[in-house]
Design a protein around this ligand. Structure first.
Ligand code: NAD
Length: 276
């Protein structure tokens, strides 16, 4: 039997706030706007991958209890002591290698396949959207798929590089760094541009599993909202977007909520095509 999903609704324009059990009407409304909108964009954070076994920064976890991200995930920390930070990165690589996309990643890939999702903008570096089959993925913070030489910029496939001796090094002897950004590094230029374009043009933005506190990523839903998009949040809990930016929030696990939304969209399309 399906677990019940709690839904919290904020009537932004009226300032009304209601709270209660799952409102099937709002889930249905999400299905309708996703089905009818010309451009739907998904904006995802660490929460979408929690059900794949990769801990987010907020919830209880193994990795981030052992390695404080503020100590290990800054570019200053990496530059000061790449060997120490690679100790954490090696464990992270092992975790990533064990992880597989979950139903939420697959639901978004299915939505794109149906022609109903323009892109996924992700803050995640775990590559699970691509693995699930999503084709247009904007990796706002880069990716763990590759390593880049800090000196000559040469790119390596992460899985092809041995981590027996840390830090791994380039043929030019430069230190290799994952091709994602650490706190303190700029957003990859192309990804930033593309993400802003997508956010500015979409009619619906699904904001999934992000606490929306990491800047400038957290500006994307604000930009989309300013351009008139409907913002639907999917999260286990309210975030700083919920009250002022989101039109409504579907509270529960992303895998369950997205499976329901995409399942219903798919069914509606199927019924319509059989009727004509
Ligand atoms: P965050 O850790 O700040 O917040 C995660 C959010 O996801 C929380 O609001 C939480 O309530 C929600 N959440 C947790 N489990 C969920 C589930 N099953 N369904 C729906 N929502 C769920 O993550 P953030 O906002 O993405 O910011 C952290 C930064 O660190 C980002 O840059 C992020 O990409 C990076 N990070 C990435 C990964 C990854 O690549 N998988 C993992 C950890 C952190």
């Amino acid at each position: 039997m399906r677990k019940r999903v709690t839904l919290v609704k904020y009537g932004i324009s009226s300032g009304f706030r209601g709270e209660g059990e799952m409102d099937e009407d709002l889930l249905q409304k999400t299905v309708e706007i996703v089905r009818r909108a010309k451009r739907v964009v998904a904006f995802t954070g660490a929460g979408i991958s929690v059900e794949s076994g990769i801990p987010d920064f907020r919830g209880p976890s193994g990795l981030w209890e052992k390695f404080d991200p503020m100590e290990y995930a800054t570019i200053e920390a990496f530059q000061a002591n790449p060997k120490k930070v690679w100790g954490m990165l090696k464990e992270m690589a092992q975790l990533l290698d064990r992880s597989r996309p979950n139903a939420a990643h697959r639901a978004l890939a299915h939505l794109e396949e149906m022609g109903l999702l323009s892109s996924v903008i992700t803050q995640n570096i775990d590559d699970l959207h691509r693995e699930a089959g999503s084709r247009r993925v904007i990796e706002f913070h880069g990716t763990s798929r590759n390593l880049v030489c800090m000196i000559c910029g040469r790119i390596y496939d992460r899985r092809a590089v041995t981590l027996d001796t840390l830090p791994p090094r380039c043929v030019c002897s430069g230190v290799l760094k994952p091709n994602f950004i650490f706190f303190g590094e700029p957003i990859p230029w192309g990804a930033h541009l593309e993400a802003k374009e997508e956010a500015g043009r979409c009619e619906v933005m699904l904001v999934i599993g992000t606490s929306a506190v990491v800047s400038p990523a957290c500006d994307l839903p604000v930009l989309a909202k300013k351009q008139g998009a409907v913002i639907v949040e999917i999260n286990l809990e309210e975030t700083q977007l919920t009250r002022y930016i989101s039109n409504w929030i579907l509270t529960g696990p992303a895998s369950e909520i997205l499976s329901r939304i995409v399942g219903a969209v798919s069914e509606a399309i199927h019924c319509r095509s059989q009727a004509v």
